[in-house]
Design a protein around this ligand. Structure first.
Ligand code: 5RP
Length: 272
């Protein structure tokens, strides 16, 4: 997606924030590590500061909760900061979609955030509540020219990840005014990207079987129109997270093909 098109109608402040996330080439490698907000100390992210060490030099942006930002990332971090701003249910609660707003835009401004992230759970009992979380955050965040990223969440129902559902959720997020939409890759992904007028980033979901599967997901997402990835477990649950993030970066920013990225991954891994 053309960087200028993404930001052309925005104020200076919003443009500046978005450009900390989406880079000059119109692409982004965002590292997602907000999982603890409902999963607690997930495998691979038990100690965020340690896990981040090999990854920080290679990412454009982080997506994380305010508590992990302030306790595990030094203030000299130069990349984009996307703050998890909805939450309120844990993995052992009845319904993951029962979320409220956990961070207000003024607090996000104080933390020098580049955007706020709100999940919407379309088709669930709490659909309206989560859409109102998004609407309220967009309206409040507008006072500070703070961008909002909407996450088209599926909770525990991973099978929901098809083009019909994701196009519906992504389009609703864009209609509400989200600046960036985070969704999942799926078959016929062009249906999702072509009907959503806002930049799309893809999550990885639970760890895939092979590295090549991850590289194909990244490559196919970009080919179908995504501006990049907002990925977590398939990076930091890998045997070599540092090599993984560099190979993904090569796909996103240097147009590597999946097999080329796999070769780079192996090369970096074998160097150690
Ligand atoms: C949770 C999220 C995660 O950030 C998202 O799922 C991305 O991480 P992963 O690539 O591990 O799926 O928004 O609601």
């Amino acid at each position: 997606m053309d960087k200028k098109k993404v930001t052309e109608k925005m104020s200076w402040g919003k443009k500046n924030r978005i450009r900390k996330i989406i880079q000059d080439d119109g692409r982004v490698v965002m590292l997602a590590l907000d999982h603890g907000y409902f999963l607690g100390p997930t495998r691979g992210m038990e100690q965020p500061r340690k896990a981040l060490e090999p990854l920080l030099p290679h990412v454009d942006s982080l997506m994380l909760s305010p508590g992990i930002l302030t306790s595990c990332v030094e203030p000299d971090f130069k990349g984009g900061i996307v703050l998890r701003s909805s939450g309120g249910s844990s993995i052992i609660s009845d319904d993951l979609s029962n979320e409220g707003i956990i961070l207000k835009p003024l607090e996000a401004v104080k933390l020098n955030a580049s955007a706020m992230a709100i999940s919407i759970f379309i088709g669930t009992k709490y659909e309206k509540q989560t859409l109102m979380n998004l609407a309220e955050t967009i309206n409040e965040a507008a006072k500070y020219e703070m961008p909002v990223l909407a996450v088209t969440a599926v909770g525990k129902e991973l099978e929901k990840r098809d083009a019909r559902f994701l196009a519906l959720s992504s389009r609703i997020a864009a209609e509400f005014g989200a600046d960036i939409v985070k969704t999942y890759y799926c078959e016929n992904f062009e249906k999702v990207t072509s009907t959503c007028p806002k930049p799309i980033v893809v999550a990885g979901g639970p760890k895939l079987e092979t590295e090549l599967d991850v590289f194909e997901l990244c490559y196919n997402s970009i080919q179908a129109g995504a501006v990049g990835v907002d990925m977590g477990r398939n990076i930091w649950q890998n045997e070599d997270p540092g090599a993984m993030v560099q190979a993904i970066k090569a796909i996103v920013h240097d147009n590597y093909k999946p097999k080329e990225a796999e070769e780079l991954y192996k090369e970096l891994k074998n160097k150690k």
